[in-house]
Design a protein around this ligand. Structure first.
Ligand code: 6PG
Length: 240
């Protein structure tokens, strides 16, 4: 793992830096393999990044978009991560419909939806059950509680090591989420973290010996590059 930590002066600089890194990784993946697979984070922090991506001139036919987690709501629900990224970015660019791979939340049982998405990933990446595909880029955030994707503290999802996708649980509300081992197989993982509210969690995530079930973002130790892009408010005092 190659860990890169950058503290940017403010959220605008954080978003610009994230854009630079993501564009570089997209172009590198397409140059090397003819396509780029990117999994998006939800929440509010990445939205301005998606808005900047919407005005880029990119080889859209070579870019495949996934989500690292999803709230268990329809795509037109205000909480939908899919809906947010489509409004901010994907509806504004000529990316082929077939290149957008949302986590479906149509099934009554989230566990069935998780298995369905896992099968979609296995088919797309042509891997066998038990094998983990390698995404080019996975974008992540953290909550004030140290969760990432929908891997929440002290939940069963943290223990899942043999699946690509599982059911997360936020205060009893189901989520779909990539598992920690799937995230850790990525070539590049980029955390975007902004705001003083995240400072305590960051301190625990970067600490020598905090508990990963309490601060699940500690589970993210990818085989490739791990970028932590922090604004000053969140990252003050964080080392490398
Ligand atoms: C989600 C996200 C989640 C998010 C963090 C940070 O579905 O909410 O995937 O993991 O990255 O909760 O959210 P903010 O960027 O809104 O602080």
């Amino acid at each position: 793992m190659n860990k890169l930590v950058e503290v940017l002066p403010d959220q605008a600089a954080l978003v610009q830096r994230a854009l630079d890194v993501v564009l570089d990784k997209i172009r590198q993946a397409i140059a090397e393999r003819g396509q780029c697979t990117i999994a998006l984070a939800g929440g509010s922090t990445p939205k301005p990044l998606y808005e900047k991506l919407a005005v880029q001139d990119l080889p859209w036919r070579g870019i495949h978009v996934f989500w690292g987690d999803e709230r268990y709501v329809p795509p037109d629900h205000p909480d939908s991560n899919q809906g947010m990224a489509r409004r901010a970015w994907l509806d504004q660019v000529p990316i082929p419909t077939a290149n957008i791979h949302p986590m479906s939340t149509d099934e009554a049982d989230p566990a069935i939806a998780a298995s369905q998405h896992e099968a979609e990933l296995e088919e797309f990446f042509q891997v066998q059950p038990g094998e983990f595909p390698t995404f080019d880029i996975i974008l992540l955030g953290i909550g004030d509680d140290g969760h990432t994707a929908s891997l929440f503290p002290h939940t069963e999802a943290l223990q899942v090591r043999d699946r690509l996708v599982t059911v997360g649980n936020k205060d009893g509300q189901p989520r779909l989420t990539f598992t920690a081992p799937l995230i850790n197989h990525a070539n590049t993982v980029v955390f975007m973290v902004a705001g003083a509210g995240k400072r305590h969690a960051l301190g625990e995530i970067f600490a020598a010996d905090a508990d990963a079930t309490t601060y699940p973002a500690r589970l993210i130790q990818p085989q490739g590059e791990l970028w932590w892009l922090l604004d000053q408010a969140a990252g003050e005092g964080i080392g490398g």
